[in-house]
Design a protein around this ligand. Structure first.
Ligand code: GRF
Length: 356
């Protein structure tokens, strides 16, 4: 009976009290843990070493579908729980159906809470952070194992042996700090791909200089003079021809100020990404940081999403939250959003390419 592998929140809360009485610590972590791989195992061992009992809260199947898409989870919550329970370092597994772990944290009151390395204590979801702070829980961010992920495992199973290093094109009109971050990630092994080309519609833009300084082909695309700043058909064709001849697998837009459309979009289905400085669907379009500040928001962030014909409307792949501080200016807030952008963009690209 699979229920053997699942504990109730009450059982875990009792365990927590027993541990407390003995002066011992309960460590809690949460996640999907679908298709277990060595990255999971190392992460869980590290988490377990922070206390005396490790509880893993896993997302229920419906919330995994919501978070990861209709094809997931590969393994049901019961099966995931059974596999996790077989690990020496895991003491209890609970399932939660909500998107967020706040309820689980509240019910269990762990001594230590751990999260995987794409978070910082600042980027934890506010609701969870508030509960953790109120309960006096120690928060520990553990690094993930580069190159070991469920999506990379699934890509291998799908027959993508990874023999050809995937090739990325970066499109931008501005300074190119995201381009630099992506190029650096390809250089230090966080992103197992090559940047084949950087394209810009703005001659002399910073992004072209970044490419040149990194020895990457930098191309100026003449956008033409279509009304509304649209790329002309000729410009789109030129881009598409270049991308094809360079064997590009994925396009990463980073501050590219033109709308893409067919035939480009359908030539790279699910493989054209953009990064935007807000928590979409809030503040799409121009001046997103300025508008969030003007609205008196307490938090904003950035979003990596798929590109479609709309302005910042494609499917959201990942977001990072950035708190707004008293006295923040557009510049200071933009700088912190950029840090988050530089962190998550390469990670998402790796995930999409199955090389993360
Ligand atoms: C980023 O803030 C990105 O979110 C937005 O344009 C900016 C590009 O910055 N779409 P950079 O050119 O990568 O420095």
């Amino acid at each position: 009976m699979s229920d053997r592998y699942l504990s109730t929140l009450e059982e875990v809360a009792t365990l927590r009290d027993e541990l407390s009485r003995r002066g011992e610590k309960l460590v809690l972590t949460n996640g999907v843990f679908d298709v277990l791989h060595v990255g999971h195992v190392r992460y869980l061992k590290e988490a377990a070493a922070l206390g005396d009992a490790l509880v893993v809260a896993i997302n229920g199947d419906a919330s995994v579908r919501e978070l990861k898409g209709p094809g997931r989870p590969v393994n049901s919550a019961e099966d995931r729980a059974e596999m996790l329970c077989a690990l020496e370092c895991v003491d209890r597994v609970v399932v939660f159906e909500e998107r967020r772990a706040s309820g689980v944290i509240e019910a269990i009151r762990p001594h230590v809470y751990t999260k995987g390395g794409d978070y910082t204590p600042d980027s934890l979801i506010d609701e969870e952070k508030a509960i953790l702070d109120r309960l006096g829980v120690e928060i520990r961010i553990l690094s993930l194992v580069p190159g070991k992920s469920t999506s990379a495992t699934l890509a291998k199973l799908a027959g993508d042996s990874g023999e050809k290093t995937p090739r990325i094109a970066i499109l931008g009109s501005g300074k190119g700090s995201n381009a630099r971050a992506i190029i650096e990630a390809t250089g230090d092994g966080r992103l197992g791909a090559d940047v084949a080309v950087v394209m810009s519609d703005v001659p002399g833009s910073g992004i072209l200089e970044v490419a040149e300084s990194c020895g990457i082909p930098a191309l100026v695309i003449d956008p033409g003079t279509e009304k509304g700043g649209q790329l002309t058909d000729a410009a789109l064709k030129e881009m598409l021809d270049r991308l094809k001849s360079l064997g590009v697998d994925l396009i990463a837009c980073a501050g590219f100020m033109r709308i893409l459309r067919d035939p480009l979009l359908s030539a790279f289905p699910g493989r054209i990404l953009n990064i935007h400085p807000s928590l979409l669907p809030q503040y799409p379009g121009l001046n997103a940081v300025r508008r969030a500040l003007a609205e008196g928001e307490r938090e904003t962030g950035c979003t990596v999403h798929l590109v479609d014909v709309g302005v910042d409307t494609g499917r959201i792949l990942k977001q990072a939250r950035v708190g707004i501080r008293d006295g923040d200016t557009e510049e200071s807030l933009t700088a912190r959003i950029h840090e988050a952008e530089h962190r998550i963009y390469a990670e998402v690209i790796a995930e999409v390419l199955g090389v993360g």
